[in-house]
Design a protein around this ligand. Structure first.
Ligand code: MN
Length: 131
């Protein structure tokens, strides 16, 4: 058994996030587990860039009001208690609405090569506002 003391909160990097967001790492599995769990807090208007997870991702909203969109799909509002599963390789983004903070648990895995996600362009204001 291992008890991990709370780690410092980390600011999300501007290369892959628009606006202000913070990560609290909850779990980083040791082989053979490759699980990754973080609490991610988005300020109003903040969102991550277009990305695709190597082994998919599950997001569970715990606070606030968020937005999520898959490539080619509608921008969808998500609320506390909602769980969104994104399959491996599906391009998408997620973040807060313009008027609310949003916090979610993000759960994903690395693949056998240690790859976790592929990152693309930042989400433009036009894409973000397309509701
Ligand atoms: Mn994601």
């Amino acid at each position: 058994m291992q008890i991990l003391k709370k780690q410092p909160t980390v600011k999300a990097p501007p290369e892959t996030f628009t606006g202000d967001a913070w990560f609290d790492v909850i779990a980083r599995g040791e082989e053979p587990s490759r699980i990754r769990v973080s609490v991610v807090r988005f300020a109003p208007g903040a969102r991550n860039a277009w990305h695709a997870h190597a082994v998919g991702q599950t997001v569970h909203v715990t606070d606030g009001i968020g937005l999520i969109q898959s490539r080619g799909g509608a921008v969808v509002e998500i609320h506390p208690g909602d769980t969104v599963q994104t399959p491996a390789g599906e391009w998408h983004w997620h973040g807060a609405t313009p008027g609310h903070f949003m916090t979610h648990l993000a759960m994903w895995e690395a693949n056998a090569e240690g790859q976790e996600a592929t990152w693309g362009d930042l989400v433009t204001d036009e894409e973000y506002g397309a509701r």
